[in-house]
Ligand binder design. Structure first.
Ligand code: NAI
Ligand code: MG
Length: 325
């Protein structure tokens, strides 16, 4: 029995995560599901956005299903998801993007770079340190090379080595690791890469890049699939993994019951794949595709279905399919 920690979070997180949990329970009613409260609402209620006890629960989990959290632009408030990624050392952030004629895996370094959390404010300026270490880069480069080796044996390294020393360093280490693995590489400046991925997605397979560039590239790449409501992500560490939609808490639509639950449900496909259940992961993807093909879509995709309607339709699709357990 695997303990799965469920952290719905804020905004649309608690609206979409229950359907993801139901999908997971469809395959694994026997697993232990542990709900936790964290995020901005939790902070407003208890004064603590991520309590020591919740953090311990997360650390002990094998798998975490995370919704989204609101980060108010208050300098005193520290982003919970960034803290979790660092505390649990979830160093690889995987964001698959696929559709007709393209199948891209964006791999983002998840613990350092511009999101290292080393920042301070002075009287008339503010500084954020962009930290790129050899250890941090080698492990993400090795991870990306291992993924590329299992796919088309090609790695694109998104960088800005022309202006940033920290990126020249990142690039050099990635090249060394790719040479050791025997895969081919492409170096691309991140700004041009974002555009090219949108114009020619079929040219790409595995892309590795630093923290903030991966954040921006993957949100932009969501365009290829119809928007942020569609993309899941996996945050992988040495011993545990956290799955979360790429989107945030979407305060503009929270409470309306129209959030797209597909990204959250796809997180379950990633989770099952991570747990070695490729066939079940494929079944989840197929069920989602069948529902969308039937025109059952939330407004972000041009439809008029509610979160509930899409979520329930996916569950119904699953119930009508054979499962491999
Ligand atoms: P967002 O992803 O929450 O929303 C951006 C736009 O996409 C909004 O118009 C929203 O309505 C739409 N959208 C997002 N997910 C959707 C879904 N499932 N269905 C339909 N439409 C969807 O990003 P935004 O507005 O920049 O940030 C809102 C809050 O979320 C902020 O407090 C931010 O800090 C937080 N955030 C949290 C993340 C996390 O928990 N990992 C990631 C990104 C943002
Ligand atoms: Mg983002």
């Amino acid at each position: 029995m695997k303990p799965v920690v469920i952290a719905p979070g804020d905004g649309i997180g608690p609206e979409v995560i229950p359907y993801a949990v139901d999908v997971l329970k469809h395959f694994h009613p026997e697993w232990e599901y542990i709900p936790v409260h964290l995020g901005y609402e939790c902070w407003k209620r208890t004064g603590d956005a991520l309590s020591a006890r919740t953090l311990e629960t997360l650390k002990k989990a094998d798998l975490i299903l995370f919704g989204a959290i609101t980060t108010p632009p208050d300098p005193k408030y520290q982003s919970v998801i960034l803290r979790i990624r660092k505390e649990l050392d979830l160093y690889a952030n995987l964001r698959p993007v696929f559709g007709p004629g393209f199948d891209i895996l964006i791999i983002r370094e998840n613990t350092e770079g511009l999101y290292s959390g080393i920042e301070w404010q002075e009287k008339d300026r503010a500084c954020t340190l962009r930290l790129v270490t050899e250890a941090g880069t080698r492990r993400i480069a090795r991870f990306a090379c291992a993924c590329a080796k299992k796919r088309r044996r090609h790695l694109t390294i998104g960088n800005k080595a022309n202006v940033l020393k920290s990126d020249a360093y990142f690039l050099q280490i990635c090249i060394e690791e790719a040479e050791k693995t025997g895969i081919s590489i492409d170096k691309k400046y991140i700004d041009a890469l974002v555009l090219d991925v949108l114009q020619h997605p079929g040219r790409y397979d595995v892309i590795v890049t630093t923290n903030i560039f991966g954040d921006i590239l993957s949100d932009a790449a969501a365009y290829l699939e119809g928007g942020l409501g569609m993309l899941p992500s996996a945050n992988i560490g040495r011993h545990l993994a956290l799955f979360e939609p790429v989107h945030g808490s979407a305060p503009d639509i929270a409470g309306k019951g129209i959030a797209n639950p597909v990204a959250a449900i796809r997180c379950v496909a990633l989770l099952l794949k991570y747990a070695g259940e490729r066939e079940n992961a494929r079944i989840v993807e197929e069920a989602i595709q069948a529902v969308l093909k039937d025109g059952i879509k939330t407004p972000d995709l041009g439809g008029d279905a509610t979160t509930e309607r899409v979520g329930k339709a996916v569950l119904k699709e699953l119930a009508s399919r054979r499962q491999d357990s």
